[in-house]
Ligand binder design. Structure first.
Ligand code: F6R
Length: 615
């Protein structure tokens, strides 16, 4: 979704802002813009539909010069993706420039009031209304400065925002504020950086302040940083150290971030397991659970909320919690859960799963659960994200930054953490015997190596991809632990290749999807040797009888499926609960190769955003 970058210091702002916007490209956007404030040149304002490259072409050979600037990548919500709606937006008198992530829900009412007072608007955006509102407050009294005017104006705003505002009359200061949309301030030597996430900041400084909801900040070269809440309470800034490394947000020789992230999985899973498996004591160590042992022992029910790929991880976790811990589990789309009137309260534990930790619906579900008395356990990848901060307890996945829009390493890391949580809870509830616990731990330790041997089959997967790259549709099937893997396989393929794909539990095929099967339909199926093996074999026969093509993920050494399938891809045997971490890898690689062969924008597929901060 939209990205924010700002700079205030001694250096030229424009190159820093452009580099920052390029670092944020992974979030997904459709236009970009900058406003730079420079001595004699005043406010230099450029906006362009399309990629940051298009903005650079627009700017041409005379880039704007100045030491204070803001830049934005816009993912259209209010108004079409065009030059006019792109940010920054200017106040009516052209004195203020503002960039905004989020949605101003009452913008229509505000716009009507401001129009009555003589304001004229050039765009369809809610953001332009906000900058006019700040202008209106600023002009209402000579005693107000931009910081105060912004603070007062935000009291009239309903909705979500992360904003950065500059004023031609104040070239030494940058005003920032947030509510429900993240904003990070980087503190350098005599300079400040601002961004919607840490990726544009990490190469300049590791010292950051995360603004909290309803906080307004002023960073100034003369008076430093000042933060107040919009209700005017003083806040002391808390400086934290970024854990992110610069290499982790660069491609490191791979053609795409997605491919790099797929190949990082042996390491990301090792990082996720580090310090958590205690084979000597035959137990799992997770502070987020150990600190609340009685609560997990006595919990009535688990409710898992998430969106997209993270929701698929939640579905697999349902099987694990039932199997290991014998506890009732419900898995919900966060967007559905938050708008129902769900029965949830004390004694329930809500597990929220989110790579970004910023997904608006998941965040809203958490807040609702907290209000109703449930304990919230967050599983996030991004350290310091809103969901991790708003959860009562939780566990990080430690997969490192995921830049490719299609989630890969974050998914397998989520599965790994969820396995550990389910094992620990199973142990606490005396539902998981020590032998199985031990077997699972030994198996978990071997997962990185098993993934590596799957990655070594990459060329074979590329050749299978070539056969099916022109298919208009695809079906993904699986059963038990591997049913959500089928859903995830279909999601991966459709989001990056734009091929229509559906995921189903294999047994459901007969209840409808079988009508789609003919010689043009590739069916990707997980047919590993688990409790459902024989039944999946029958499903494969049914597809073959109707001329469908079978691409099967099988257990190493399997002969039966190989006899009937058109292609097989082998995974090492493992505990049924852990197979999804392995069986999902070939689907990631197949989708990747098909998308590359179709010349798709693999890392930034059309219309998609990495971090969905609006509902
Ligand atoms: C798909 C994908 C999305 C996300 C979803 C939730 O590859 O990445 O479906 O899983 O938008 O995002 P998070 O996990 O950040 O809450």
């Amino acid at each position: 979704m939209c990205g924010i970058v700002g700079y205030l210091g001694e250096k030229e702002a424009f190159p820093i802002i452009i580099k920052g916007l390029q670092r944020l490209e992974y979030r997904g956007y459709d236009s970009s813009g900058v406003a730079i404030l420079g001595g004699a040149s005043g406010l230099q304002h450029h906006r362009k539909k399309g990629k940051v490259e298009a903005l650079l072409t627009e700017v041409g050979e005379n880039p704007p010069s100045g030491h204070l600037g803001i830049g934005h990548t816009r993912w259209a919500t209010h108004g079409a993706p065009n030059d006019v709606n792109a940010h920054p937006h200017l106040s009516g008198d052209g004195q203020l420039a503002l960039i905004h992530n989020g949605i101003i829900e009452n913008y229509h009412a505000l716009k009507e009031t401001l129009t009555e007072r003589g304001h004229e608007f050039y765009s369809d955006t809610d953001t332009e209304v906000l900058v006019h509102l700040i202008e209106e407050v600023l002009k209402s009294s000579e005693d107000l400065d931009l910081f105060e005017a912004t603070r007062i104006a935000l009291n009239e705003v309903v909705g979500a925002y992360a904003i950065a505002v500059i004023d031609i009359a104040r070239p030494e200061e940058l005003i920032l504020a947030r509510k429900s949309s993240p904003l990070v301030i980087g503190i350098g030597e005599g300079e400040y950086f601002v961004a919607s996430d840490a990726t544009p900041i990490v190469e300049y400084t590791k010292n950051v302040v995360y603004l909290e909801d309803e906080e307004v900040a002023r960073v100034s070269l003369t008076s430093g940083m000042k933060i107040r809440t919009i209700r005017n309470h003083k806040v002391t800034p808390v400086i934290t150290e970024l854990e992110m490394a610069l290499e982790s947000i660069e491609k490191g020789g791979y053609e795409h971030f997605m491919l790099k992230e797929i190949h990082e999985q042996p390491r990301s899973i090792q990082d996720c397991l580090r310090g958590r498996l205690s084979l000597g004591h035959n137990t799992v160590r997770m502070a987020g659970i150990d600190d609340h042992e009685p609560m997990w022992k006595d919990a009535k029910r688990l409710i898992i909320v998430a969106c997209g790929t993270s929701w698929h991880a939640g579905l697999i976790a349902e099987y694990m919690f039932e199997d290991f811990a014998r506890i009732p589990v419900e898995v919900e789309y966060a967007s559905e859960f938050r708008y129902r009137n769900p029965v949830i309260g004390e004694g329930d534990i809500l597990i929220a799963i989110s790579q970004s930790g910023e997904t608006a619906d998941t965040l809203a579900a958490i807040r609702m659960a907290k209000e109703r008395g449930a304990h919230v356990f967050g599983i996030c990848n991004v350290v310091g994200s809103s969901i991790s901060r708003e959860s009562h307890s939780g566990a990080y996945t430690h997969a490192g930054p995921e830049i490719g829009v299609a989630s890969t390493k974050a998914f397998t890391a989520q599965l790994t953490v969820l396995t550990l949580v389910a094992m620990r809870v199973g142990e606490l509830r005396n539902a998981l015997d020590s032998q199985r616990r031990n077997r699972l731990m030994v198996e978990l330790e071997s997962i990185p190596e098993k993934i590596q041997s799957m990655l070594d089959q990459d060329q074979k997967l590329a050749s299978i991809a070539k056969v099916y790259m022109s298919a208009p549709n695809a079906l993904f099937l699986g059963r038990g632990f591997n049913f959500p893997v089928a859903l995830e396989g279909a999601l991966k393929l459709k989001e990056i290749s734009y091929i229509h794909a559906e995921g189903y539990p294999a047994a459901e095929m007969k209840h409808g999807p079988i009508a789609l099967i003919d010689e043009n339909m590739p069916v990707f199926i997980v047919a590993t040797q688990d409790a459902h093996y024989e039944k999946v074999l029958s499903n494969i026969q049914e597809v073959k009888a109707r001329g469908g093509k079978i691409i099967a993920v099988v257990t190493k050494g399997d002969k039966e499926v190989a006899r009937i399938a058109d292609h097989t891809i082998e995974v090492h045997p493992s505990d049924d609960a852990l197979v999804p971490i392995l069986s999902t890898i070939p689907f990631q690689l197949l989708s990747y190769h098909i998308a590359v062969m179709l010349d798709r924008n693999v890392d930034q597929p059309r219309n998609l955003a990495k971090s969905v901060t609006v509902e």
